[in-house]
Design a protein around this ligand. Structure first.
Ligand code: PMP
Length: 441
């Protein structure tokens, strides 16, 4: 591919050079450093609706969407107004506020598996806390986890080992104690037999079966028909709590989250991203008798100085209220825009002779540069069989044409209600040549 035009990115390059002096990789979350796509990151100045602007003044249609929270787009007026109003009354108290109860009620009313909820500050914290609760409630120390699913970077969950079938976990990072990693049992996504074997082999030792009901951290991999129902049945048979990590899917795919969409109710649920309206906020919740074991109602300790923060509560409430308005019209708009985007991309890839598989649930879209056009992507093995070189070429061409995607092949695209016809048309105009560049790589 052609070298990126240096003058277009001059100020970002200078900014990133300085950032690297003070922060690992110059970033506060690794993917932002663009290492997987062989480019230098652009430094962002501002966002509005579907668009972001970098420090050089380049504008981009944005499908990163801060990795999921921004379902109304950047700087959504309802969210800004709510945060502004909350802010004038003080930023944090460490004492109860009515805003927490209001958002908690909204969550409990919307999410079938959540009777009681606790707000925390990140998805990592939600998964960590839900796992502790599951361990306390069952006495089991093991967690069953799908290869390629991400539940934040808490030790027991930072295990995904790309390797075969059910096996004892190997840590994905130095610093995770081997003993902790070994308590994590790995199964391929969409494979019920592997779950059954793990449950039968480790009867009485399993704290929970954790899964992203729609896998969004290996690209987008939807559950096969019957998979979630099958997990529910296995969990019931073996007496294992079912944990849906809906940090990404919660309030994105439906007001009732993935569990509402597929009609499968878990025992425990993690939420994040959309529920916090773009401020640091996440939550875990579940069945009454489980959640009453959390302190101070019960002995399972978990706390947070900034948990239930008034600004985050206001942002989350404003965003969820906007999504619910007019009979949940936002979800129908998201579906229409995302379907148009997916169709357009498929057609352009075919025209460019670039083999492609797309996957989609509502406004979450997966684009895989597979070997054979349309070959199915059901699990991590399928997802990682795609060409990351082609993705890198595609990514670079899109960036240079004013469309910003996640800088790694294994993230999904997030469409917002602000992605209007103009934004989608701009995206598709860029994608034709970008698929040609990918096909030539
Ligand atoms: N669970 C899932 C399903 C996620 O997608 C993520 C973040 N991408 C997390 C947990 C971790 O959330 P956070 O980055 O807020 O810690």
């Amino acid at each position: 591919p052609a070298a990126p035009p240096a003058e277009r990115y001059a100020r970002s390059a200078a900014s990133h050079a300085e950032a690297k002096r003070y922060m690992p990789g110059g970033v506060n979350s690794p993917v932002r450093a663009y290492r997987a796509v062989g480019r230098e990151p652009v430094t962002i100045r501002s966002g509005a609706g579907a668009w972001v602007t970098d420090v050089d003044g380049n504008r981009y249609v944005d499908y990163v969407g801060s990795y999921g929270p921004l379902i109304l787009g950047h700087a959504a007026p309802q969210v800004l107004a709510a945060v502004g109003e909350a802010m004038r009354n003080g930023t944090t108290f460490g004492m109860p506020t009515e805003a927490e109860t209001r958002l908690a009620r909204t969550v409990v009313d919307a999410v079938p598996g959540v009777d009681v909820v606790r707000f925390v500050n990140s998805g990592t914290e939600a998964a960590m806390s839900a796992l502790r609760l599951a361990r306390a409630a069952t006495g089991g120390h093991r967690v069953i986890k799908c290869i390629g699913c991400y539940h934040g970077h808490t030790d027991a969950m930072l295990v995904s080992a790309g390797s075969a079938a059910t096996s004892l976990g190997v840590p994905s990072s130095p610093g995770v104690p081997a003993a902790v990693a070994a308590s994590t049992l790995l199964v391929p996504f969409n494979d019920l037999d592997a779950v059954e074997r793990a449950m039968a082999t480790h009867r009485g030792e399993i704290a929970c079966m954790a899964v992203e009901p729609i896998a969004g951290n290996m690209g987008l991999v939807p559950p096969a028909p019957g998979y979630l129902q099958g997990l529910r049945a296995l969990c019931d048979r073996f007496g294992v709590p079912l944990l849906f990590d809906e940090v990404m899917t919660g309030f994105r795919v439906d007001h009732g989250c993935a569990q509402g969409l597929y009609g499968v109710t878990p025992d425990l649920t993690c939420l994040g991203k959309v529920v916090g309206g773009g401020l640091p906020c996440a939550a875990y919740g579940g069945r009454e008798e489980l959640m009453r074991q959390v302190a101070p109602d019960g002995p399972v300790y978990q706390a947070g100085t900034l948990s239930g923060n008034p600004l985050a509560m206001a942002a989350g409430q404003a965003q969820l209220d906007a999504l619910a308005a007019d009979g949940f019209a936002a979800y129908r708009r998201l579906e229409a825009a995302s379907a148009r985007l997916e169709e357009g991309l498929r057609g352009l890839a075919a025209d460019a002779g670039c083999p492609l598989t797309t996957t989609r649930v509502g406004s979450m879209l997966g684009v895989f540069f597979v070997e054979e056009d349309g070959s199915p992507v059901r699990d991590y093995a399928d997802a990682t069989a795609q060409s990351t070189r082609r993705y890198a070429a595609f990514f670079g061409a899109m960036l240079d044409a004013g469309v910003i995607l996640a800088p790694a092949a294994f993230e999904c695209w997030f469409v917002s209600t602000a992605h209007d016809d103009e934004a989608i048309e701009h995206t598709l105009a860029a994608a034709g040549p970008a698929f040609a560049a990918a096909a030539a790589t």
